[in-house]
Design a protein around this ligand. Structure first.
Ligand code: ADP
Ligand code: TRP
Length: 322
């Protein structure tokens, strides 16, 4: 069985970029035969930036609800909160003692974050070691990630290899999997959609608020009658990511013909989101109202994950003389 593992930080409500760029492709991958997926919510990692407990709790549920709403099969796979498997923090300590200080000091993401954030805490510095522990604790073979995480995977392999060299085969060396086909989803301002740029579309919002977000999509100021260029328009780009081919073709023709305004296009985008994600929106909202169901699914996953984690940790403890 090939083990595919990925973590998603609970730093907000998953937006359309997270869904199309990470959640949907990972769910597709998890359906493959001969594969078992470990999908977890990296809530310990989120403590590097989020300190407020109610916010964390809400985000954890939101991330969990989004995975379930999009059809992640929690029975076949492993679905858990990082913080519920405390073995990961113990392993992080062991691995820290095998991680050269300069390797962490040179990590791009630490440098970026320490330039941008006012709170440069040691958690940000140790972040890649916790991430390495997340991965090798479960002996994962493949880790689908975005390009920004590739260096973290290199660090993970280095740490695992170093440990294996000293103590004999202990950890599987994981491989980063970058799906070049996954597109960067643009936000309402045309930049990459991101929580940090506040340009995201939250497809789970109530209708009125969702419509408001869609109305904020930036366009040029062409008049209604004028012919418009679909290929440079953010509304059209987002529409193309979710609509069927025939509707995309029709909208393209309307743009070029003129007499079709951005307001019309936004309305069509809005209706398409409502239609396409009707079931997911219902399921998400149901689960956010019934978090006991999320708790039940997560705790089954957490029991399964803890067993895998314990096997690795027992081996490591023995090798280290604890
Ligand atoms: P954000 O930029 O909103 O903070 P994260 O960095 O937490 O998002 O990303 C979580 C996952 O979603 C990652 O796998 C990332 O590659 C994916 N992702 C985030 N934004 C986009 C986007 N605009 N297009 C495609 N994938 C994205
Ligand atoms: N650092 C990852 C991110 O910000 C999240 C993450 C934590 C992760 N642990 C992981 C991803 C283990 C893959 C494997 O996107």
């Amino acid at each position: 069985m090939k083990r595919v593992l990925t973590g998603i930080q609970s730093s907000g409500i998953p937006h359309l970029g997270n869904i199309l760029g990470a959640i949907v492709p990972a769910i597709e991958l998890s359906k493959k035969e001969g594969t078992e997926s470990f999908i977890f919510i990296a809530d310990f990692h989120s403590l590097t930036t989020i300190k407020d407990a109610p916010t964390r709790i809400k985000n954890v549920y939101a991330v969990a609800a989004a995975w379930i709403a999009f059809g992640f099969d929690t029975e076949k796979n492993f679905f858990y909160r990082q913080s519920k498997i405390p073995q990961v923090t113990e392993l992080t300590w062991y691995l820290s003692c095998f991680t050269p200080f300069p390797m962490l000091a040179n990590a791009h993401s630490f440098k970026d974050k320490s330039d941008k954030l006012s709170d440069v805490n040691a958690g940000l510095f140790v972040y890649p070691v916790l991430m390495a522990a997340d991965i090798i604790l479960y002996q994962a073979n493949e880790v689908p990630v975005g390009k920004d995480q590739v260096q973290h995977l290199e660090i993970t392999r280095d740490i695992a290899q170093h440990f294996n060299n000293l103590y004999g085969q202990t950890f599987v060396l994981p491989k980063a999997v970058i799906d070049e086909n996954v597109m960067i989803i643009p936000g309402t301002d045309g930049q990459k959609m991101s929580k940090s740029y506040n340009n995201f579309i939250d497809i789970f919002l109530p209708e009125k608020e969702l419509e408001k977000q869609i109305k904020l999509i930036v366009t040029d100021s062409k008049e209604l009658e004028e012919s418009k260029n679909p290929d440079t328009c953010n509304v059209f780009k987002l529409f193309s990511l979710i609509a069927d081919n025939a509707s995309i073709k029709t909208m393209r023709e309307k743009y070029i013909a003129g007499g079709y305004g951005y307001g019309h296009a936004k309305k069509e985008l809005f209706n398409t989101i409502l239609e396409k994600y009707k079931l997911q929106r219902e399921k998400y909202n149901y689960l956010m109202q019934n978090t006991n169901e999320l708790e039940a699914l997560l705790s089954i996953g957490e029991n399964k994950a803890a067993q895998v984690a314990q096997v690795t940790l027992t081996d490591v403890r023995q090798k280290l003389g604890f």
